[in-house]
Design a protein around this ligand. Structure first.
Ligand code: ADP
Ligand code: MG
Length: 564
């Protein structure tokens, strides 16, 4: 296969390219961050593969990223000596979008520049952002372990197709060259590039090098010297003392590892010593990723062992109900050749998982208490996932229960803002239970006939309509010593809250309607267990309830729908 080939981009790539150029232009310098981020990932991957196969280094273990520019050619080149790409890898990685959720993503686009820019950000911009500033991009790459004669040249003008040709390359790794559009001259400038690199890529743990420059008075311009200098701090961000890291640096680091375009909502950074030694830097994103509900989706955090990258998406390091958290955990105890299988059994990993879950819960508690608006944002995006924790992490159930938020009859709004503690603080004299009703939708819950008597008595009821709620309630039986009770179940026992007069009245009513109840009982024989007079309705003549110990109708429907 020695000839140059011309191939078409996947339809989604074409759409993305078009959108990106038009909607992200106001933030165009991000292309540099994306290309440096890829170069850094490529070096991480090489280091990881080399744990089992040290020959891949071929004597060159000083991993680094270089940024060069050429004023005359109006080009910028970002090169790395990382893992490189074979022909097939280049075709797949630079011609398609393999990410899950791609289809849904494109169906959400509106044509409104600002909204779409936001969406693209959530999707992750990546390599294709080069075309925001470049009219042509060339990628020269040689996979680690491949021969000098076995390299590839990928080229495209970002218009729908790319070419790929076999070429020679003296060293391993990838060089990406951008040929800038005429109006992008500002980037072929050493000062400008350094400024952008420091702003967006200072957290990169590898050295980013540029050629030294000197003022030449005769030519009256900067001239490049044949000597490299490192322009970033080049130490892993999470290993630096907190006091030396700015918010901007944390934010840029998050964008790199979270593949997100937006700032994170909050983060927590700690070094843990003792039985197990590790550093954690964990972020809560602002937006749920497209694949939050996708079993195959990205999840978990990156695992490093003594600063060596080991794997992405190490799902063992956090419980699944915290799968929206992004970040890095760097362990001092795990072996470098740790596999996913070993992770599953490791005691060290269990300690890390428990410690990390507690840190994230503390972070959320802090938000809930001190930044309620941000917590509301968090709840809207991730509340349903957090609810899974009530069953999954029973050791922390009480802490999780305090973080839950519900819609309620207190403010009659679909917004989930009421905590169980709020509810308890408003409980009526003599009330010893937390009441809820669950249904398929907020509207159905808030119109439930079961609510009548509660509204009349001024008793607050939580209005549940999320899919996980019934499941959650099968684990979360009580809060603060008060049991959670569905108002759709029998034996509510509101009597203890009724006054003497009311009780007398109810007894009379029961007596009066005894014959009717008997007739109804016969007519519905076999269809219902029992017919009885109730004090729970105000305006409706009758309602169906389930026995205290039976499944609620909503859960029953869900189980039937699931074929059980
Ligand atoms: P992401 O980094 O989120 O995976 P990108 O669009 O930035 O998405 O990159 C797409 C893919 O192209 C990467 O996942 C990687 O496989 C490949 N790639 C990009 N740049 C490089 C590089 N410098 N070296 C090796 N592979 C690269
Ligand atoms: Mg990338």
């Amino acid at each position: 296969n020695m000839a140059s080939e011309t191939l078409g981009f996947q339809t989604e790539v074409k759409q993305l390219l078009h959108l990106m150029i038009h909607s992200l232009y106001s933030n165009k310098e991000i292309f540099l961050r994306e290309l440096v981020s890829n170069a850094s990932d490529a070096c991480d991957k090489l280091r990881f593969e080399a744990i089992d196969n040290p020959d891949l280094f071929q004597g060159d273990t000083d991993l680094r990223i270089r940024v060069e520019y050429d004023k005359n050619a109006r080009s910028i080149t970002i090169s790395d000596n990382g893992i490189g790409m074979s022909r097939d890898e280049a075709v797949a990685n630079l011609g398609t979008i393999a990410r899950s959720g791609t289809k849904e993503f494109f169906s959400q686009l509106t044509g409104d520049k600002q909204k779409d820019a936001q969406l693209i950000g959530q999707f992750g911009v990546g390599f294709y952002s080069s075309f925001i500033v470049a009219s042509k991009v060339s990628v020269l790459s040689r996979r680690a372990g491949a021969d000098e004669t076995d390299a590839i040249l990928w080229e495209s003008e970002g218009q729908g197709e790319f070419t790929i040709a076999p070429v020679e390359k003296a060293d391993r790794g990838t060089s990406v060259t951008l040929y800038l559009r005429e109006e992008e001259d500002e980037f072929v400038n050493g000062w400008k590039l350094r400024e952008v690199l420091r702003r967006y890529s200072d957290h990169i743990s590898l050295p980013i090098q540029m050629q030294k420059e000197e003022w030449d008075a005769e030519k009256s311009e900067q001239v490049k010297k044949n000597e490299w200098e490192t322009v970033n701090q080049a130490s892993a961000l999470w290993t630096r003392p907190k006091s030396e890291i700015t918010d901007e640096q944390y934010q840029e680091f998050y964008k790199h590892i979270g593949h997100d375009y937006d700032d994170p909502l909050a983060w927590t950074h700690n070094r843990v010593e003792g039985r197990s030694e590790y550093t954690q830097l964990l972020f809560v994103p602002k937006h749920a990723p497209m694949d939050l509900w996708d079993r195959e989706g990205r999840r978990g955090v990156k695992l490093y062992v003594k600063r060596v990258f080991i794997m992405d998406d190490a799902e063992q390091l956090l419980p699944s109900y915290l799968r929206f958290v992004r970040g890095v955990i760097d362990s001092a105890d795990l072996p470098l050749n740790v596999s996913r299988e070993i992770l599953q059994e490791s005691r060290d990993v269990r300690v890390i998982r428990e410690g990390s879950a507690k840190r994230v819960l503390s972070l959320l508690e802090d938000l809930a208490e001190n930044k309620p608006e941000q917590y509301a944002e968090f709840w809207e995006q991730f509340g349903q996932v957090l609810k899974e924790g009530t069953g999954e992490d029973q050791g922390n159930q009480e802490r999780i229960a305090k973080l839950l938020r519900f819609a309620s009859t207190h403010d009659d709004s679909a917004a989930q803002t009421v905590s169980l503690a709020d509810y308890v603080s408003r409980m009526k004299e003599g009330q010893d239970k937390i009441y809820y009703v669950s249904a398929d939708s907020y509207a159905a819950a808030s119109n439930s006939p079961h609510l009548e008597i509660f509204r009349k008595k001024g008793l607050e009821v939580l209005l549940l309509s999320d899919r996980v709620d019934e499941w959650m309630l099968s684990y979360l039986r009580e809060f603060d010593g008060k049991s959670l009770v569905s108002i759709a179940k029998g034996g509510l026992n509101l009597d203890q809250m009724a006054d003497e007069e009311e009780k007398k009245h109810q007894a009379e009513v029961a007596e009066t309607f005894k014959p009717l109840v008997e007739r109804l009982g016969k007519a519905l024989d076999g269809k219902v267990k029992e017919v009885r007079v109730t004090g729970r309705l105000v305006d409706s003549p009758a309602c169906v309830v389930v026995d205290e110990n039976e499944l609620s109708p909503h859960l029953l429907r869900m189980l039937q729908a699931a074929g059980q």
